[in-house]
Design a protein around this ligand. Structure first.
Ligand SMILES: Cc1cc2nc3c(=O)[nH]c(=O)nc-3n(C[C@H](O)[C@H](O)[C@H](O)COP(=O)(O)OP(=O)(O)OC[C@H]3O[C@@H](n4cnc5c(N)ncnc54)[C@H](O)[C@@H]3O)c2cc1C
Length: 300
């Protein structure tokens, strides 16, 4: 990390910027781990911005942009998925699904992936695939050479949470705090509630999600302190503001069922499933204002 053109906005965005500025062509590989991550859209956002930047600097013609992800789709919720696939087509990005990053050879600029889906069904794995020097080492392992690699590191709850009895001790949620996904109350220790990234909630880990979790948690906690049952229910709302280029963004809002859950007021005025300049302005100016002045003060 942070050398040999392996960069991550999760660790050092300044180095990502340097790598983008120095990029002169070849494979620009973008990837993400198989663990849950903060803001699942972030590894895509930087890829779309990089594409835009490479077009401005005149190196896009000499480069291949590849997105290799352990996931099976670019985005789970319609109509955002359709818009993002249009973006992928327009930008000529190669998608590789079911790709689990296992190893990076930094000195030789090669990334190694295990393919987790049956290779006999290539249409599920590859989209817009091109010859980019990718080598099949076996039916389940491939080598992708790169000139630059942007990654999101594998993520977990902090160690003190993982070691605690409030966390799941095993299973797919191991290490994340065990809470009822609707009431946010621990099933065993009823005076314990959790929200945010460390909680085992099957939705995207975002600040936007916490904004909706906080009032539910507070209300339920106050009820429990008054010896009543928790009644408020969080439905898994989360939001990914996906920047698709300079001055373009769609605002993906969804819930536990992966159904669209867009703000009714905002969608009266804007079609937030399309790339909009207005949403870019919202992200650049509106959301920081809302965060500092409203969310942190419990007013929004
Ligand atoms: C690149 C990136 C882009 C993102 N984009 C968006 C976005 O556009 N929209 C959005 O809504 N969200 C976004 N997010 C996600 C958002 O930042 C997180 O969901 C949110 O910050 C989670 O808040 P949290 O309080 O649960 O956890 P955190 O913000 O991780 O806070 C946990 C805190 O606990 C502290 N801590 C850890 N261990 C200890 C210890 N032993 N003792 C004391 N303190 C400790 C940590 O230092 C940290 O400050 C993004 C995240 C990243 C990384």
């Amino acid at each position: 990390m942070n050398k040999n053109n392996v960069c991550s906005n999760y660790v050092d965005p300044e180095y990502t910027w340097k790598v983008l500025q120095d990029f002169k062509g070849g494979n620009a590989l973008f990837t993400q781990p198989a663990t849950p991550i903060k803001c699942g859209g972030a590894p895509q956002k930087i890829m779309y911005l990089a594409d835009d930047y490479f077009r401005r600097t005149g190196v896009r013609d000499q480069s291949q942009i590849i997105f290799a992800t352990p996931g099976s789709v670019i985005f789970a919720t319609e109509p955002f998925k359709t818009t993002l696939m249009e973006v992928v087509d327009r930008k000529d990005i190669q998608l590789r699904f079911f790709h689990k990053l296992t190893r990076i050879d930094g000195a030789n600029k090669k990334a190694y992936y295990t393919i987790t889906q049956d290779a006999d069904e290539p249409e599920k794995i590859l989209y817009n695939s091109k010859d980019s020097g990718i080598k099949e080492l076996s039916k389940t392992e491939i080598e992708i050479p790169y000139e630059m690699l942007h990654l999101a590191p594998p993520q977990s709850a902090p160690d003190f949470v993982k070691r605690s009895k409030i966390a799941f001790q095993d299973g797919p949620n191991k290490g994340w705090i065990n809470v009822d996904i609707h009431t946010l109350q621990h099933p065993e220790y009823q005076n314990v509630f959790a929200l945010g990234d460390a909680a085992a909630l099957p939705t995207a880990k975002t600040g936007a999600a916490i904004r909706k979790q906080a009032p539910v948690l507070v209300h339920n906690l106050m009820r429990v302190m008054e010896h009543q049952l928790p009644v408020d229910q969080y439905q898994g709302y989360s939001s990914c503001p996906i920047v698709t280029g300079y001055g373009k963004m769609l605002l993906c809002e969804f819930d536990y069922t992966n159904e669209r859950d867009s703000d009714p007021l905002l969608t009266k005025i804007f079609d937030t499933s399309k790339e909009l300049y207005s949403m870019w302005i919202l992200k650049k100016y509106g959301l920081p204002f809302m965060y500092w002045n409203m969310m942190l003060k419990g007013r929004a």
